[in-house]
Ligand binder design. Structure first.
Ligand SMILES: NC(=O)c1ccc[n+]([C@@H]2O[C@H](COP(=O)([O-])OP(=O)(O)OC[C@H]3O[C@@H](n4cnc5c(N)ncnc54)[C@H](O)[C@@H]3O)[C@@H](O)[C@H]2O)c1
Length: 430
């Protein structure tokens, strides 16, 4: 099939590269010309394992290209996936500017396209937005009626950054919310090469499935953090507890890792948006609010523990290992490292940070801290070390590496160090 992706960010690029690897002809459209040029050169503008190799091979086979020309992109394709940002507003609700403007632009082009075209919302939008905002923008721009001149679907994306391409290609399920059956059939056909159950439903239900799923995963993490904080006081390793808990097939062991809290562009924003929608509807979202509150507090725990060990941290050199919100991504959106660095700086500490991929993005937020080229560079002369992201390479850090430090306080926000390698360290919940 000929597929257009509108918005070639973390989701859009991985969707585009994934569909191209399945043999579809893909056009990635983005308003950012620099991103477009990079994609056409085979240089992904984001870091995600496997994307560069897959992009290069699809460019070679002619299955993918990028453009900033929406009209050209739509004329060459039969279906577009809109994967533009839906960021949080201050009150937690989502900002619809990108998605409605993208839909309006698509509508303007559809006006002069003969025949049926399928428009798919892949961005995360609260229930009702596809029908209430996207469809009117498409109809307004095109002068055509949804379900007749063009079809509309909502196809939420469940990928995890750090595993984005793998998750896109091997999803647990494919959810297709459809306005009209023809559009649902077309989207299902686009996924015909995927080995996953397909759940077809209406637009609102598909939108809600994404929020319910993310809210439940975030709840599991905040729950684990609360249990972890209790475990810490009792001298119990929260990871052993959750291993035993997760062996229950009703619960599953995934997303039970206690630590310094969740971040990223999805969990915090999606839980807040669902909470805000609930309030609008007169439902008090007590659990959702508490999930976010627990997460916020968890991010402050590491600095509190550090101060408990060192006393004043003014003028002390603190190594921060890991800046991205997850390992294997360069994404720092809502990363716990941001709050941690801010608190360290407010208390007068000197921060020496290291991350295998995300330092470039963090420099835009904090230009006045030290960015080391290696973990050892950050550790050198440090009074203490905070491990914020569980990058694979941190697992191999040894006692010898930590002996480069001036002090001996090592606090893990993610369980990553091996007791056989390093003698003394402490976890925030273990
Ligand atoms: N990142 C994730 O892990 C993830 C997972 C599932 C769902 N989502 C959802 O997917 C959507 C996209 O998220 P993302 O992380 O990929 O965002 P992103 O910021 O990485 O990428 C969005 C891209 O859209 C482009 N863009 C903005 N307006 C545009 C327009 N009018 N026309 C064309 N391009 C435009 C931007 O230049 C950018 O390249 C959001 O709704 C998000 O909630 C994200």
């Amino acid at each position: 099939m000929n597929i257009c992706i509108i918005g070639a960010g973390y989701v859009g690029l991985c969707t585009g590269v994934g569909f191209a690897s399945k043999g579809h002809k893909v056009v990635c459209m983005d308003i950012d010309q620099e991103k477009v040029d990079k994609i056409n050169r085979g240089e992904p503008p984001i870091f995600e394992p496997g994307v560069e190799e897959s992009l290069k091979s699809s460019l070679q086979s002619g299955n993918i290209k990028a453009t900033s020309d929406l009209e050209q992109a739509l004329r060459e394709t039969d279906m577009c996936f809109i994967s533009v940002p839906t960021p949080s507003r201050d009150d937690g609700s989502i900002e619809l500017g990108h998605i409605t403007s993208a839909a309006q632009n698509v509508g303007n082009v559809l006006k002069s396209i003969d025949g049926y075209y399928t428009v798919v919302v892949k961005s995360t939008v609260v229930p009702g937005i596809t029908e209430g905002s996207v469809v009117p923008a498409l109809e307004g721009g095109s002068g055509k009626k949804a379900g007749e001149g063009f079809g509309v679907c909502m196809n939420p994306e469940f990928l995890r950054e750090g595993h984005a391409l793998e998750d896109f290609l091997k999803p647990d399920r494919i959810v297709i919310g459809e306005l009209d059956t023809r559009a649902g059939e077309a989207v299902q056909a686009a996924y015909s090469g995927f080995d996953a159950p397909v759940f077809r439903t209406n637009l609102k239900t598909a939108e809600m499935i994404k929020y319910a799923a993310n809210s439940l995963l975030a709840t599991k993490i905040s729950f684990s953090n609360e249990i972890g904080n209790i475990c810490k006081k009792l001298g119990i390793d929260a990871y052993d507890v959750m291993k035993g808990v997760g062996m229950d097939s009703r619960i599953s062991e995934r997303f039970l890792g206690a630590g310094c809290g969740f971040g990223g562009s999805c969990f915090p924003k999606d839980v807040a948006a669902l909470g805000q929608k609930a309030r609008e509807l007169g439902v008090e979202p007590r659990l959702l609010d508490n999930v976010l509150e627990t997460n916020k507090k968890q991010k402050s725990l590491m600095v509190a523990m550090l101060k408990g060990r060192l006393g004043s941290i003014e003028g002390r050199r603190i190594a921060v290992l890991g800046l991205s919100f997850n390992p294997d991504t360069d994404d720092i959106r809502e990363s716990p490292a941001i709050d941690i660095i801010r608190q360290l700086k407010e208390s007068g500490a000197e921060v020496a940070a290291y991350d295998p991929q995300a330092a470039g993005n963090m420099k835009a937020l904090f230009s006045d801290i030290e960015y080391a080229e290696t973990a050892k560079g950050a550790l050198k002369g440090a009074d203490a070390c905070l491990i914020v992201t569980d990058w694979e390479e941190f697992k191999d850090l040894s006692g010898q590496d930590f002996s480069l430090m001036k002090g001996d306080v090592i606090i893990e926000g993610r369980k990553v160090l091996k007791p056989g390698n390093v003698k003394r360290f402490e976890g925030i919940c273990w």
